[in-house]
Design a protein around this ligand. Structure first.
Ligand code: IMP
Length: 458
């Protein structure tokens, strides 16, 4: 398996950072293709936590190269800070990180416009990092790219085009200060000088390296349900978070992707606005939030928490063509007597089994849950799939049925060591681990073919 994409299967924050970190020791290059500082990965290694926003997680492995692809929008100040803080912790970043010269630049004015849109009412709860305005500028051909930062005249021309393309008039009309183009250009030129050593034609570079036999892990940010085309529009981010987006976002052909791994929490969370049928606003949601430390890495916002949504997950698995799935934060569910799993929606007397595009259906949909018996024991110390209680394994099997693909990895805690391989084979194969010596546990009571007992939510 030479080149593997890792994507989020829900609304982001699925724990992709940890999965990428575990896998990345087997890859030569880790490349990001979309988003920017709206992403937030927490990676824990050697008892220390690292919060990464723009730098690929793979850089925490010594021999791995990191690439920030052309499909990204980058905040130069934040990126330089991240590089400096990793270097201060002893990581060598220079010579190991390449930034695409075609990636776009987030300007401070993009952040202002993002916040203004949010504050004006009708916002969707963005991270206020300027992501939407930077991608809007890109699509409107008013963007500033990393390559432009090398030429002061081009910087000034591009920023002027953006400001005169509507931004300055809008700021003036709403009584805001219009930032000075010359000052913005000077700041950008300084960033250009600081970033110069990292900038490359990463598309050509990565293709040449792949031709020479290098392996690539494509690291997704956000999640399939936040994808601009396939997510719960308009409550989405402004880039392509699904696996298919990576070709355009890194500059490689689709023939280069050998497999796609989807990362799912054992439950579900969402930050910001938008429909979330399985959301739990009461005690269960609070317990998940506290046990899962469900507060945003980027904004610190408490995340909305709920049960695993089988329809949404199946949809994400389908549109990404998943080879395998990784299940994270599994131990968070250790305390529940029963764990509900959404297997259908009920809407105006109808039962719905496909994830709908209609926002009004998603807003009103009542989940139909299969009640899975809890396992009520600490799974955080388990290191092999056979060490998990039977009910925990039944839960995993049920999720695998709903996803329509194997589950190849289960994470039971934030540390690298708290990672269980299997029951599926994909991750075991990549990590070169041996197959389990004992036969798999007793078949699940509700294995494929036998429909789960479902009951409507009271
Ligand atoms: P934006 O990407 O900042 O424009 O925000 C658009 C939507 O995506 C908002 O609902 C954000 O909360 C959500 N979002 C963006 N990045 C992430 C992420 O990394 N994790 C979870 N939600 C995110």
């Amino acid at each position: 398996m030479s080149n593997v994409a890792v994507i989020g299967g829900q609304w982001g924050d699925e724990g992709k950072g940890k999965v990428v970190d575990v896998l990345s020791e087997r890859f030569d290059i880790v490349a990001r293709w979309q988003g920017g500082p709206n992403a937030g990965h927490t990676v824990r290694t050697a008892g220390k936590s690292f919060f990464l926003h723009q730098v690929p997680t793979g850089l925490l492995r010594e021999r791995t190269m990191g690439v920030l692809g052309n499909g990204m929008v980058l905040d130069p100040a934040g990126l330089l800070e991240e590089i400096a803080s990793l270097e201060a912790s002893g990581f060598v970043i220079r010579g190991r990180l390449l930034i695409s010269h075609r990636a776009h630049v987030i300007l401070p004015v993009h952040r202002v416009l993002d916040s203004m849109a949010e504050d004006a009412g009708g916002g969707i709860g963005t991270t206020r990092r300027g992501i939407g305005p930077a991608y809007t500028a890109k699509a409107a051909r008013l963007g500033l790219r990393v390559v432009d930062l090398q030429d002061e005249e081009t910087i000034a021309r591009r920023i002027t085009a953006f400001m005169e393309g509507g931004a300055a008039a809008y700021l003036r009309e709403t009584g805001r200060e219009v930032p000075d183009v010359a000052a913005m250009a000077a700041e950008c030129a300084a960033f250009g000088r600081e970033l110069r050593a990292f900038v490359a034609d990463t598309s050509v570079w990565i293709n040449e390296r792949m031709d020479a036999g290098a392996t690539v892990l494509f690291e997704g940010a956000q999640g399939a349900l936040l994808d601009l085309d396939l997510g719960t529009y308009p409550y989405v981010t402004s880039s392509s978070a699904v696996a298919a987006g990576l070709g355009a976002g890194v500059g490689v052909g689709p023939t280069r992707i050998d497999a796609v791994a989807g990362v799912f929490k054992a439950y579900a969370t969402r930050v910001g606005g938008g429909p979330f049928p399985t959301e739990q606003k009461g005690e269960a949601g609070d317990l998940i939030r506290e046990r899962g430390r469900e507060y945003g890495t980027t904004t610190g916002r408490p995340r909305r928490c709920g049960w695993f949504d089988g329809l949404a997950a199946r949809y994400a698995a389908t549109v990404n063509g998943l080879t395998s799935a990784a299940l994270t934060l599994f131990d968070v569910l250790d305390v529940f007597d029963e764990v509900p799993v959404c297997v259908a929606y009920r809407w105006r007397g109808m039962e719905i089994r496909e994830f709908p595009a209609e926002p009004w259906v998603l807003e009103e949909a009542e989940p139909v849950y299969a009640m899975m018996p809890g396992w009520k024991s600490d799974t955080s110390q388990a290191r092999r799939i056979e060490e998990l209680p039977d009910n925990a394994r039944r839960y995993i099997d049920r999720l695998s049925e709903l996803l329509g693909c194997e589950i190849g990895l289960v994470s039971v805690g934030p540390d690298r060591a708290q990672t269980i391989l299997g029951p599926g084979r994909f991750f075991r194969k990549i990590l070169g681990a041996e197959a389990p010596k004992t036969a798999p546990a007793r078949p699940a009571a509700r294995a494929a073919g036998r429909p789960a007992k479902t009951r409507a939510r009271s």
